[in-house]
Design a protein around this ligand. Structure first.
Ligand SMILES: [Zn+2]
Length: 355
């Protein structure tokens, strides 16, 4: 099947476990076409290109009948392929890709403007919910240099979720709003943590029709962004965990006087895209063509990633190494380090008395 993909000139498919995934050779579009290399089944989620073997794929892609497809595959006489039809398809695929890009652009701009609206209606963090929530998570607000300006709150904030194409409000209540800034320092997303109304004001329990939902949501475009919790003058060390709580747990421990503490929002953002290396599940080698990955500012001489213990340690370690290697490649002289709280733990667990 892989040989046939090359012979048919189907471009842009990427291996993903036992499959090849990528743009459809007929209608274009991103990641909507897949071929299962074990069963030989192939399917486009948009057009009706589908089937279960090499002959069917040849027929579908080249618009041939059964006999012509066999001729093309293994006959003495090559089948005549309708060049005009192929050109029409190429144009159609291009048009679909252009529309896809437009739609993605539109949704990204809308998400960013939503994030800015939420941020502008949120109130300064030191006034309400934020210190109570931090205290409930073991972070004594009095041990912080200040309540981070990156943290605000909204007293009655709706938790909106898309269910079957409709937006529903699954929950309302107090919410901590964290600003996510891109590399240029512009707010492009907010990280929202719904907080329990009842003391001790931990994470809210959010449920919708009996199903429990994560009490944290990001709105906007978090690519290359970070929650800049603390950035003292003259800092040259950047300590970064995934979450607000783990990163602040590092800050209250105060290991350095001249360190900044930023939350990286999620592991994927800290790592950026990783190169595929044959025979390795996680290479830990950055794909330097990823323009959306987090890169530390130029003042960072030492970048310390805090490793959480709640996911597969091999995968987590590889992703953190990937992010550090990217940073070291782009910022010559930068030293990258990983700090691990302990097996199965994050720094906030340690602060809360585990391990
Ligand atoms: Zn298709």
């Amino acid at each position: 099947m892989s040989e046939l993909v090359d012979r048919l000139g189907i471009a842009g498919l990427k291996p993903a476990s036992d499959e090849l995934i990528g743009p459809c050779p007929l209608c274009g579009g991103r990641d909507r076409f897949g071929i299962n290399l074990r069963s030989n089944a192939f399917l486009c989620r948009k057009c009706n290109l589908r089937g279960g073997d090499q002959i069917a794929l040849t027929r579908g892609v080249l618009n041939l009948g059964f006999k012509e497809a066999l001729d093309w595959l293994c006959g003495e006489r090559p089948a005549v392929v309708d060049v005009a039809e192929l050109e029409r398809r190429r144009k159609r695929a291009e048009e679909v890709r252009r529309k896809d890009r437009q739609a993605q652009d539109y949704y990204r701009r809308k998400a960013v403007s939503d994030a800015r609206r939420i941020w502008s209606t949120a109130r300064l963090g030191h006034l309400g919910v934020v210190p109570a929530y931090l205290e409930a998570r073991g972070i004594d607000p009095f041990l912080l240099p200040e309540i981070p300006r990156a943290l605000r709150f909204i007293v009655d904030h709706p938790y909106v979720k898309k269910v079957d194409g409709q937006f529903v409000t699954a929950h309302r209540g107090p919410c901590m709003i964290a600003g996510i800034l891109n590399m240029a320092g512009e707010l492009t997303a907010v990280h929202q943590t719904w907080v329990d109304v009842e003391p001790p004001h931990g994470k809210a329990k959010v449920t919708w029709q009996g199903e429990s939902l994560p009490p944290k949501l990001v709105r906007g475009s978090k690519k290359s962004g970070a929650i800049r919790l603390h950035t003292p003058q003259g800092a040259d060390i950047l300590v970064m965990g995934e979450g607000i709580e783990t990163t602040l747990a590092g800050l209250v421990a105060e290991p350095f006087a001249n360190a900044a503490y930023w939350a990286g929002v999620d592991l994927g953002n800290m790592a950026g895209r990783m190169q595929r290396v044959k025979g390795k599940r996680y290479s830990g080698v950055p794909d330097m063509s990823d323009a959306d990955a987090f890169v530390p500012p130029s003042w960072v001489k030492r970048l310390i990633f805090i490793m959480d213990g709640d996911s597969d340690p091999v995968m987590t370690r590889a992703k953190l190494e990937c992010g550090l290697r990217r940073a070291m490649a782009l910022r010559p002289g930068l030293k990258g380090q990983i700090v691990q709280a302990g097996r199965g733990l994050d720094l906030n667990d340690v602060l809360m008395g585990s391990g």
